[in-house]
Design a protein around this ligand. Structure first.
Ligand code: MG
Length: 252
């Protein structure tokens, strides 16, 4: 479905949904340490989400024959997105991306953060910072009447300047009634082109950048997206409401 212009009641539910989401992501990030398994972190997210009254839209998402089996995606090192929580225990220097969704009162928000476990190289710190900056460049372009290409090109500009690979096979999207709604919001494109976004629409902006090329493949588990060249990757995402004059970030 194409993302709808939300009613004030729906927006209120998405504000609550986004606040819960940001809180859980913060908990997971703070608990991430050497020796902690990604499944432990997922269970922590599930239990806090339950306490806060939200439901997990990621759990059971996708094809019935290979539905996503957990509430959160945890993608380590060359895994870009959609990593399945497991018995893997985090190591010093790992780069970790956590991507979470919340359904509150029927309305869904989606957000992701990337961080390092126990310190890392300046090069990787820069990748993480620049990927986050590219997300905010895309968000800053938002206002009533903006075209998708204006958002895409703002993100691309930051990542190209940093010399990173921009993952093309996965893109931002509308969000709200469903986890993934139209239109796609690619992380590359031409200003002035594409669909017009309007005040009241809610979209997820989510750049994914690598230290190498843009190529990715799906791992044997049918979910985890990894870089073809084995390079390390970062991912940031926020759900944002477009307003008459600009935007409101819902997942902070
Ligand atoms: Mg998303």
């Amino acid at each position: 479905m194409y993302t709808r212009i939300k009613t004030s009641k729906e927006i209120e539910a998405m504000r609550s949904s986004g606040k819960i989401l940001a809180q859980v992501l913060g908990t997971v990030e703070r608990a991430s340490a050497v020796g902690v398994s990604t499944k432990y972190l997922a269970d922590l997210a599930a239990s806090e989400l339950k306490t806060l009254g939200g439901k997990p839209p990621f759990l059971g998402y996708g094809d019935v024959h290979n539905a996503f089996p957990d509430v959160i995606c945890i993608s380590v090192n060359d895994a870009v997105v959609h990593g399945i929580p497991s018995s893997y225990e985090l190591r010093s220097g790992d780069i970790v991306s956590i991507d979470f969704g919340v359904n509150y009162d029927g309305m869904i928000t989606d957000a992701a953060r990337t961080f390092c476990v126990d310190g890392t190289s300046n090069e990787l710190k820069k990748l993480i910072k620049d990927t986050e900056r590219s997300m905010y460049a895309g968000i800053d372009a938002l206002k009533n009447g903006v075209r998708v290409g204006d958002v895409s090109s703002a993100i691309q500009k930051v990542l190209v300047a940093g010399g990173y690979g921009i993952v093309r096979d996965l893109v931002g999207h509308g969000v709200g009634h469903e986890l993934h709604e139209e239109p796609d919001i690619p992380n590359y494109g031409f200003a002035g082109r594409g669909d017009v976004l309007k005040a009241g629409m809610t979209i997820a902006i989510e750049p994914m950048a690598t230290m190498g090329g843009h190529g990715v493949y799906v791992d044997d588990d049918g979910w985890t997206i990894k870089t073809t060249d084995g390079s390390l990757a970062a991912h940031f995402e926020n759900t944002v409401l477009i307003t008459d004059k600009g935007y409101e970030i819902l997942t902070v």
